[in-house]
Design a protein around this ligand. Structure first.
Ligand SMILES: [Zn+2]
Ligand SMILES: [Zn+2]
Length: 491
């Protein structure tokens, strides 16, 4: 049963008359008293969760191996009064932390995996803590901790105001290439969720309303027959030939796919020695497109090219370790509220010390790459999803095809710094990253509070979600029986 806190203002129609009386300027829909309380709760826990983010930054664990990071967040949420279910979805580091009961069900996504080779001290020059070790170059230490900060504040807010409904924190492992959320979706863990909120570290403050690229990946492993390459080449059936022909086929395909597609590959196994006809060889390929549906069509053609290469060379093809993530669907009603809340929270300024750090760090960026340091105080205007914008891929996309989803990006990285770099890892391990994280937590918590108090907003989000789907079904390229690739980095 959904209960609105009686003493708080909301955008519900019966409250409008009262709110309009008290806030004749018309600003009543910004729910001033409600947000003041929730923002204060975030403030109260901000230092604690900044410290948690630093600890996870130090752990820097790779996808599906985030044992310590996951355990720390589980302990924190449990101590804050959440019921923790763990592990889930055959993923040892995945968990769900729940508070409350009934409708609506609001989920907040948390990630905590690091990237290989990006170990970096919190210094403005390249300085690995441990050479070649993982580091938080995508800022997921902030992502997981900031989402937990929002969840804990929102839980206390619900408790203090007797708000009905269910709040869930999803501990989702292996975002970096492990498709962790696809498996949690398949396990049915999002089935009853009304709206999902998420955020990601970035170098500006902006609502992320859809976008990103749908992406499929697979290893195309060809099996042939080995032979002496000089003495009996006619006995050999070269798996490497198949790999080369598949690559050539893909190059010709490039002309006949929508121009905003991306196809990239490596030869992950090219044989053992030139004088042995390779009996195994492997092409490791990614394909992307802004639309999951268009990507599916391109992917089918790539599979045919693989089959053609096998036919030409009398080898056999095994398509293995299939990965797939969807593009992120926008949700306009949620984006509008998210924008309003992010503007209400506002950005932040650097201290003199942070400014010095940022200026030193920017010296390592390519010419013209340094951004305006004052831009951390700015909230960018709401953008329309641009299918031609440069973008990466995320398993948040799969969630967005199943549940209405909205996200934030905040300026955790020094302006001009892009994710997956040592500069991003450095920013994520110090106060600059933590300040951005707190902005994100406030925006998430305020939006969560709105969703719990405004039934119409949840309904609007759901109808916009149906409109976005336009009758299309969510289809993942990952085969139904495939288990989470728990050792995917060692392959
Ligand atoms: Zn990343
Ligand atoms: Zn990331």
């Amino acid at each position: 049963m959904h209960v609105r806190p009686a003493h708080l203002f909301s955008c519900w129609a019966p409250a409008l008359v009262l709110a309009a009386t008290l806030f004749p300027s018309g600003a009543f829909c910004q729910q001033p008293s409600q947000h003041q309380q929730i923002l204060q709760l975030v403030e109260q826990h901000a230092a604690h969760f900044s410290a948690i983010s630093k600890t996870i930054w130090e752990y820097a664990e790779l996808g599906y191996r985030e044992e310590k990071s996951s355990a720390l967040l589980r302990r924190e949420l449990e101590a804050a009064g959440f019921r923790v279910q763990s592990p889930v979805a055959d993923e040892p580091t995945a968990f769900v932390a729940t508070y409350g009961q009934g409708e609506p069900v609001i989920g907040i996504l948390g990630e905590f995996d690091a990237l290989p080779g990006l170990s970096q001290a919190a210094t403005p020059d390249r300085s690995p803590v441990v050479a070649d070790a993982p580091g938080h170059g995508c800022g997921h230490n902030l992502l997981g901790s900031g989402a937990a900060l929002a969840a804990v504040a929102l839980k206390e807010y619900m408790q203090q105001n007797h708000v009905a409904g269910t709040l869930r924190y999803y501990g989702t492992p292996a975002e970096e290439g492990g498709d962790g959320k696809v498996y949690t979706l398949r396990a049915g863990l999002f089935r009853d969720v009304d709206v999902v909120l998420e955020w990601h570290p970035a170098s500006e403050n902006v609502v992320s309303n859809g976008g990103m690229l749908a992406m499929n990946s697979a290893k195309f492993l060809f099996h042939g027959v080995a032979a002496h390459a000089a003495m009996a080449p006619e006995r050999g059936r070269s798996a490497l030939d198949a790999v080369m022909l598949m690559g050539t086929g893909v190059e010709f395909l490039r002309e006949h796919v929508p121009s905003n597609s991306r196809i990239h590959y490596i030869i992950s196994n090219g044989g053992a020695a030139p004088n042995i006809v390779p009996d195994t060889a492997e092409l490791y390929l990614y394909a992307r497109n802004p639309s999951l549906v268009v990507l599916g069509e391109v992917w089918n053609r790539i599979l045919k090219i693989g089959q053609g290469a096998a036919l030409m060379t009398e080898t056999t093809l095994e398509v293995k370790d299939v990965g797939g993530t969807a593009n992120v669907l926008p949700n306009d009603p949620l984006a509008k509220v998210a924008q309003r809340n992010l503007e209400e929270v506002g950005g932040f300024h650097y201290t003199a010390e942070e400014k010095h750090f940022a200026e030193e760090l920017q010296k390592s960026l390519p010419a013209g790459g340094a951004g305006d340091l004052d831009s951390t105080a700015v909230i960018q205007p709401l953008r329309k999803p641009d299918p031609n914008a440069a973008a990466a891929s995320t398993d948040v996309g799969d969630v967005s095809w199943n549940v209405p989803t909205i996200g934030f990006e905040t300026a955790t990285f020094v302006p001009g710094v892009v994710a997956h770099t040592w500069q991003a890892a450095a920013s994520a391990g110090m106060s600059i990253g933590q300040k951005g994280m707190i902005v994100a937590a406030k925006a998430l918590a305020a939006t969560g509070a709105d969703l719990f108090s405004d039934r119409q907003l949840v309904l609007d989000a759901k109808s916009d979600f149906q409109r976005q789907l336009k009758g299309r079904a969510y289809v993942s390229a990952i085969p139904a029986g495939q288990n989470p690739p728990l050792n995917y980095r060692s392959k």
